[in-house]
Design a protein around this ligand. Sequence first.
Ligand SMILES: *Cc1c(COP(=O)(O)O)cnc(C)c1O
Length: 356
Amino acid sequence: MKKHNFSAGPCILPETVLQKASEAVLNFNGIDLSLIEISHRSADFVAVMDKARALVKELLALPEGYSVLFLQGGASLEFLMAPYNLLSTEGTAGYLDTGAWSAKALKEARGLGKVEVLASSKDKGYNYIPKDYNLPSGLDYLHCTSNNTIYGTQFKDFPETDSLLVCDMSSDIFSRELDFSKFDLVYAGAQKNMGPAGTTLVIVKEEILGKIDRDIPSMLDYQVHLSKDSMFNTPPVFAVYVSMLTLEWLKDLGGVKAIEKINEEKASLLYAEIDRNPLFKGFAEVADRSLMNVTFTLTDDTHKDLFDRLWNDAGISGIKGHRSVGGYRASIYNAMPLSSVQALIDVMQAFEQQVN
Ligand SMILES: *Cc1c(COP(=O)(O)O)cnc(C)c1O
């Protein structure tokens, strides 16, 4: 039997998607060639790119004027591309520092212009989302990280700002309904909730581009990629195809609205057990708990070996916490079935019985 995969990323994908992807690697669309050995300019692959783009627009209900790109370099390259395209040499970018990924994002912006950290939750090991802070006006953009994969915190409301709003949604895109008209640039590495590693989804409001005075290298220039429909150079065909399959799966399931309900159900079951069971303690502040990454610790570490043995024996994989936080992290992305969450809860209850 396949394991219950709680990996934080690369993460679980739907079984039917893996099946179709493996078939396409051998014989794509019945053309007796592999998906990964045909030209990205062939009609068969261009149709994949078009479909993937259309599904993103449809599933997220993107307003007019927003474009979708499939790039490479991961969310980590977007940390650099965002300031390259939006931060003028005299301007200032504001960052909300809610974890290691935000900190890496703001590091890349430094040197391209002025960067201000407007709020940070570093004082408490990033276990919350800062709420009371002042946002100056006139920033070139404000950057936030919607879901903090390592700590299990998530923005429930986004800052109101008159500046451009840039958001790293790597680990919660397609997990809940959001009003995308509030955002100007959104990016997400595929491998958390959309597909395999190898492509990065970028959603950009086209009118914000081309406004600054910087020479942008072609590969870092959103306008170059837009003008070539994500095919300025060879796109990551396999990653785009598997992302397309995952988005089709999501659409068949009822779209983002339907998956949001399921995600809420999975998360509330697991958090309820963490709160009920005296052997566990949640890491993130309750109001800021993520629906995607559930972080917790043992209240008594002397039982660690027993708990680790129990979940291992139950076929559970990938719940070790990030090395910087310790404890445990159960990532319950879109493709994780409720039955796997239940399997983990069963282990937590069996653990309680054995300790007592
Ligand atoms: C994983 C992750 C990243 C890094 O993504 P790469 O695609 O590996 O560069 C950035 N931000 C967040 C929130 C992440 O979870």
